[in-house]
Design a protein around this ligand. Structure first.
Ligand code: SF4
Length: 615
């Protein structure tokens, strides 16, 4: 259906190109042959659109001129689009030095007025079509670079791009299959505007004598010639102007329709294109002493730049996760739980810096590897295979331009699966409970419900049988019924995948009670209590844990107790216990310094001075 939308502009542009290309073969007059006796003649049987100031046939000059003008406009635009898009994507995606070099170069070119640039290039290379193409391509490149750069910046931070990195896909694949298709709409709009601008610029520069060299016809030269005789033969000006306007409108219409058709999120079914991303920084120095269990976070401290210097958003966090265990990381927003999980898989935002600690992961060979110091290429091999992640919002975690089956196939291929993967894809979709798996594989993400999208994300996460699953609030964006189904699915998968460890980030204690073996409570960037779920919930040893439990709705409880105050800003943390301003048990001694970690029992820890009084 959507293909029909291309019919009208396709016929218009196709017809125009066909006439232009077939021009030399058409039975028309020689466009450069002069007939002084017939100059400025109006329409006649031999010259349908009349003759110009040198007696040349206007119709043939219009047709052959279209060939010249369109070639220059299309070739220069495509050249500018390719180079500019490449610069913009590289700068926007890789940032840092790449961003500085590509975008500053584009800005320098942008500083030159097009006419001055044209004069410079023409002076150096001499006038002609090739010079004009080069000149226009240089002029157009910065605009494409800026559009691609801005679009890349807005897309690269979206969950579905991060999810591709988390699945261990190579940078080139992410750029080509995820990023480029998703930034295509503004680029297509830019393309249509640029072709139109190129037609006009070609005409303008040829008009000024800086473009196509007479007597070769072009629409610009025709306008230039007609200007001198417009008082006697105004129609000579009308024909090239009409051709120019019609071509610009047809091209704009085509690009507009193309943009709609290439985006499957519009009405109907469409077909997209291209790829995805790359890694994050880290320094070498791989293996360390073997930790107990699958994952051991030790003394992790993360900083961001604050108004008065660096501030610790996560401070001295240590926790362990055994194979086959589920550890829930809970806390209010801003407690640092998501940052802690993202650090493990190397997906920290560039504004956050690891200043201390180690994250030891025991791989399939039983070797402990510090994920914080693993070279990026080694970490990428682990992502999507050993380490997998499920994100909070399934609506933004899937590339909207890829069908469900393609998502899963790419995830499998990123870790060297070959051959036909259709059967494996269907099996995965069946495993996560999607209805009619073969049909579901053909759907786009927007054709699924929120719960179904999350099932697809889970299928992608477990596709390569990971050993550690990081789930960042995977049920928060779903309604309660679907939440329960997803939790059930995760529990079932964990059992089926034997030995799969899960770090489950959430703020929902009811979810914790349902899915976890142990719980680690975070507050203001610190881990304040850890232990088996049943024990911690029955007898919390930190006032914050107790307050969280008291503020959780349960059964037909009539009253909930809110925790007074808010989490302090990271740059204004209390000098002592970070929970002190909100703690009902606080004493002056609590402000003296950070409370030490106490171990009330084996496998339990708390960061409170008065934990004994909570027995
Ligand atoms: S150390 Fe003091 S202020 Fe902090 S949680 Fe314990 S009692 Fe409250």
């Amino acid at each position: 259906m959507r293909g029909q939308r291309l019919l009208l502009p396709g016929v218009l542009v196709g017809g125009m190109l066909l006439v232009a290309l077939a021009g030399p073969l058409l039975p028309i007059a020689d466009p450069v042959r002069q007939d002084v006796a017939g100059r400025l003649t109006l329409s006649s049987a031999a010259h349908w659109l009349g003759q110009d100031e040198f007696g040349r046939d206007v119709l043939s000059r219009l047709i052959i001129g279209a060939r010249v003008s369109l070639s220059i406009a299309v070739v220069s635009t495509v050249l500018g689009a390719v180079v500019g898009t490449l610069l913009g994507i590289i700068g926007g995606y890789f940032r840092g030095l790449a961003e500085m070099v590509t975008m500053r170069t584009a800005e320098i070119v942008l500083c030159f007025p097009p006419l001055l640039l044209a004069l410079l290039v023409v002076t150096l290379l001499g006038p002609g079509a090739a010079t004009l193409i080069l000149c226009l391509a240089i002029v157009f490149t910065p605009a494409f670079a800026r559009v691609a750069y801005a679009a890349t910046l807005s897309v690269r931070s979206l969950d579905y791009v991060t999810a591709q990195v988390a699945l261990g896909k190579p940078a080139a694949l992410i750029l080509w299959r995820t990023l480029l298709p998703n930034i295509a709409p503004p680029l297509i709009v830019q393309l249509s505007l640029t072709v139109a601008a190129a037609l006009l610029l070609e005409s303008g520069l040829s008009f000024l004598g800086l473009g196509v060299v007479p007597p070769a016809p072009s629409w610009g030269l025709m306008i230039r010639g007609a200007r001198t005789t417009m008082e006697h033969a105004p129609l000579l000006l009308l024909w090239p102007c009409l051709a120019l306007t019609g071509a610009v409108l047809a091209l704009n219409l085509l690009c507009d329709r193309l943009r709609e058709v290439l985006d499957p999120r519009g009405s109907g079914s469409g077909r997209p294109g291209f790829l995805r991303i790359f890694p994050t920084l880290r320094t070498p120095s791989p293996n360390s002493a073997a930790p107990a269990g699958l994952l051991a976070v030790r003394g992790l401290t993360l900083e961001i730049a604050g108004p008065h210097g660096p501030v610790a958003v996560v401070r001295d966090v240590s926790l362990t996760l055994a194979a086959g265990e589920t550890l829930a990381l809970v806390g209010e927003s801003g407690s640092g739980k998501t940052l802690t999980a993202l650090t493990a898989i190397g997906l920290l935002p560039s504004t956050v810096r690891v200043v201390a600690g180690e994250i030891l992961y025991t791989d399939r060979q039983g070797v402990a590897r510090d994920l914080l110091r693993l070279p990026e290429k080694d970490l990428r091999r682990l992502r999507g295979k050993d380490l997998a992640m499920i994100f909070q919002d399934p609506s933004s975690s899937l590339n909207p331009l890829l069908r469900v089956g393609a998502h899963l196939e790419e995830t499998l291929r990123a870790h060297h699966a070959t051959g036909s993967l259709g059967a494996r894809v269907v099996e995965l979709l069946r495993q996560v409970g999607l209805p009619d798996p073969p049909r579901s594989a053909q759907l786009y993400p927007h054709e699924l419900s929120g719960g179904q999208r999350q099932r697809v994300m889970i299928a992608a996460a477990v596709a390569n049988h990971p050993r550690l699953l990081l789930a960042d609030e995977p049920t928060t964006a779903l309604d309660v019924t679907v939440q329960a189904q997803i939790l059930e699915l995760l529990a079932g998968l964990k059992q089926a995948e034997g030995g799969l460890g899960m770090l489950f980030v959430t703020h929902n204690l009811a979810v914790v009670a349902r899915i976890s073996d142990r719980v680690a409570v975070m507050y203001a960037g610190e881990l304040v209590e850890e232990g088996p779920v049943a024990v911690v919930f029955a007898q919390p040893r930190h006032p914050y844990t107790a307050a969280l439990i008291a503020s959780t709705p349960e059964g037909d409880a009539e009253r909930l107790t809110a925790i007074p105050g808010t989490v302090p800003q990271s740059w204004a943390m209390p000098p002592g216990c970070r929970f002190a301003p909100r703690c009902s048990m606080a004493l002056p001694i609590c402000d003296d310094g950070p409370p030490p970690v106490a171990m009330p029992a084996p496998g339990r820890s708390t960061r409170c001075l008065r934990w004994k009084e909570m027995a």
